[in-house]
Design a protein around this ligand. Structure first.
Ligand SMILES: [Zn+2]
Length: 199
């Protein structure tokens, strides 16, 4: 059975989620803002096989380089805009936060709306494009969970004032997310009580 563990990072308190099974040594991550925290909380028997990015803002991607050093075969899944943001400190906004980070590698795989990827036998993750917070936003869902990044943080308004934000798109995306959230556990990119930034 698919297990989900939330890991709260120290880079703007962004959340990562570990997707794993107790009987399999591969695991996956949703977002990677803080590699140290993720490595601290990663059970010893697990190796990270893939990281699914909800979007390209630095507080969700800063840990990638270090994690790839530890798990060189790990794949990064993101949208085409997410791939651009990963390689560009201005697009991922890290240039403005005294923490310039970028990542370029052959292991970055572009995914798009409607695709689904098999994580474990008979366990899939589905991909939804949910632009609005920024162009690169993807939402992921499994049978019982939905990973919304910053496209939907319960109790908070979607931030659309950053570069490439779009309020109209954000509202359309939000409706689609809310529909899928009805019978799923919502796993957002931040918790409102810990949210220290508008990123
Ligand atoms: Zn963001």
């Amino acid at each position: 059975m698919l297990q989900i563990k939330k890991i709260i990072g120290h880079v703007l308190s962004s959340n990562s989620y570990l997707l794993f099974r107790k009987d399999v040594t591969d695991c996956y991550l949703i977002d990677a803002g803080d590699a140290n925290q993720i490595l601290n909380e990663l059970p010893d028997y697990l190796g990270i096989k893939g990281i699914f990015l909800t979007h390209g803002h630095f507080d969700h991607v800063s840990g990638i380089k270090k994690l790839i050093n530890c798990f060189p075969d790990c794949k990064i899944y993101t949208s085409k805009y997410g791939k651009e943001a990963l390689g560009d400190t201005k697009k991922n906004l890290s240039a403005y936060h005294d923490l310039p980070v970028s990542y370029i590698g052959d292991n970055v795989i572009i995914i798009s709306e409607g695709e689904r990827i098999e994580l474990f036998d008979d366990t899939f993750i589905n991909i939804l494009e949910t632009p609005g917070h920024c162009q690169s936003c993807l939402t992921y869902y499994t049978n019982h969970h939905i990973f919304t990044g910053d496209s939907y943080i319960p109790g908070a308004k979607v931030v659309t004032t950053l570069p490439k934000g779009n309020k109209t798109q954000a509202n359309i995306s939000l409706q689609r997310i809310l529909e899928l959230s009805k019978d799923r556990i919502i796993c957002a990119g931040h918790d409102t009580d810990k949210w220290v930034s508008i990123l």
